[in-house]
Design a protein around this ligand. Sequence first.
Ligand code: NI
Length: 152
Amino acid sequence: MAKLNIVKFGEEALRKVCRPVDEITPKIVRLLDDMIETMRAANGCGLAAPQVGILRRIAVIEVEEGEVYELINPKIIAYSGEQREVEGCLSNPGKWGVTKRPMAVTVRAMNRHGEEYELNGKGLLARAICHECDHLDGKLYTDVQIEAVDAD
Ligand code: NI
């Protein structure tokens, strides 16, 4: 595994619509491993492929330690409720903003074995799912933030 470089806000890669994955190759599996390592090393709870300069629809999430979700070609198929919480991004270190997100979402995605699954997330997990799916469409949390939070 290798730790990858995380690109920062302002870089073009973060504004691109990413391409779907049509076949899980060893390269994709290695990318997933590297993304997980990179996310953990940066103490993040989610990371999307464009954040490491790869324009494919892939994200990893680890909100609860040890519980990693791999989302390949994820699609949010249901959402409900609302939450307003502070959110940040590994591509925008040291900055936070309050965003409005659904309280609960259901996402359909594929894992590294090519198996489709559905994941229900509430609270922080729902936020992470929305945040990472947005990345795959070139959207950043600052696009949906209600207000910036000053870091003291
Ligand atoms: Ni992010």
